[in-house]
Design a binder for this molecule. Structure first.
Ligand SMILES: Cc1cc2nc3c(=O)[nH]c(=O)nc-3n(C[C@H](O)[C@H](O)[C@H](O)COP(=O)(O)O)c2cc1C
Length: 343
């Protein structure tokens, strides 16, 4: 069964190379993409000893969800490129692992069908210039039982992906559609990125839904402060897995200033480059309430469907529990910044 890091190699063997590059690739020279994993590789741990950490409790409270472990599946588009069963298989794997799946607005399966698996869900949203349409998508996510909305704010324009440009990969293969983008006429709309989007979009969304709202794609502490002032329920420190602004700071390097700015008022999550349980541990020690994981889940999905997703998530959690024992932590709140050094 695929493990988070090794899973990529196996997935590459089974995927169409064009689709592999779409899933794996990043923007520009992929400096930010590699920067995310490099930032974790630069950290070392300074463990505590003789703390009797024989039993660990990894449970974590997040908006709308109590999780067995502080790991959430990040929203990623087009799961049916990775596996014919697409998001349904992902959701089954997530449910089997007792996790939480953030459904992408660009999913190739309808949110209602994903929800029918029984998996705990958040729903990711891009606010569209047509607010009526956006509100209808929100209403669908609510009716399907999603427990929070994750508003992605790092995409005023689309990132440029040289790998996709090289392949001429611009449209989904025949038969695949963004099922959550269907309007009242049943036709799937194209995603509109809106460079004019401002904080009023957050206010509008909060007025449209009773669900908790998280913003995803914050890197600057001033934006984290603004997000809290605009009443969000959580912040995801993210650079979109290196797919938007190439040259953006790695998420792990961005995390501490955001955590300081938020000062415990709402949970701060991090995604980008989390590949090992030790990476989860480092992010938690530097103040994240939980991490999101993107590509490793897609690699598990590509290789073995729901079982592959479950294996990737179970492995990350088992590695985290093991590493917690080795640093002397019983629970995530025992993980403090003094445990992490850059030698
Ligand atoms: C293939 C792919 C598709 C993605 N699609 C979305 C999306 O639809 N919405 C979104 O907010 N983020 C999207 N992301 C970004 C992820 O939510 C997340 O920020 C990123 O994958 C985390 O980095 P990691 O892959 O290194 O774990 C996508 C990422 C990938 C790799």
């Amino acid at each position: 069964m695929p493990r988070p890091r090794e899973a990529e190699r196996g997935a590459r063997e089974v995927l169409d190379p064009v689709h592999y590059d779409f899933l794996a690739g990043g923007a520009g020279d992929e400096r930010t993409l590699t920067g995310n994993t490099d930032a974790f590789a630069r950290r070392r741990l300074r463990p505590r000893v003789l703390r009797g950490a024989g039993t660990r409790d990894l449970s974590t409270d997040l908006p709308g969800a109590r999780l067995a472990a502080p790991v959430v599946v990040a929203p990623t588009a087009f799961h049916r490129l990775a596996h014919p069963e697409g998001e349904v298989a992902t959701a089954r794997g997530v449910a089997a692992a007792g996790g939480l799946l953030t459904v992408s607005m660009m999913a190739t399966t309808a949110v209602e069908e994903i929800a029918a698996t029984g998996a705990a869900l958040w729903f990711q949203l891009y606010v569209q210039p047509d607010r009526g349409f956006t509100a209808a998508v929100v209403a669908r996510a609510e009716a399907a039982g999603c427990r929070a909305l994750v508003l992605t704010v790092d995409s005023p324009v689309r990132g440029r992906h040289p790998r996709d440009e090289r392949h001429g990969f611009t449209t989904l293969p025949d038969g695949l559609v963004c099922e959550n983008m269907r309007g009242p006429d049943g036709r799937a709309r194209d995603l509109v990125t809106d460079p004019d989007l401002g904080w009023d979009a957050v206010d509008w969304l909060r007025g449209t839904t009773s669900l908790p709202v998280l913003v995803k794609g914050v890197l600057h502490p001033a934006d984290a402060r603004l997000a809290v002032e605009h009443g969000v329920d959580g912040i995801v420190v993210s650079n979109h897995g290196g797919r938007q602004l190439d040259g953006a700071i790695s998420t792990l390097d961005a995390l501490p200033a955001v955590v300081d700015a938020v000062a415990g008022r709402v949970p701060v999550l991090l995604d980008g480059g989390v590949r090992r349980g030790v990476d989860v541990l480092v992010a938690l020690a530097l103040g994240a309430a939980a991490v999101m994981v993107g590509r490793p889940v897609l690699w598990g999905l590509a290789q073995a469907g729901a079982d592959g997703v479950r294996a990737v998530l179970d492995d990350l959690t088992a590695e985290l529990a093991h590493a917690m024992a080795l640093v002397g932590a019983h629970r995530p709140t025992d993980l403090t910044p003094d445990l992490v050094v850059v030698p």
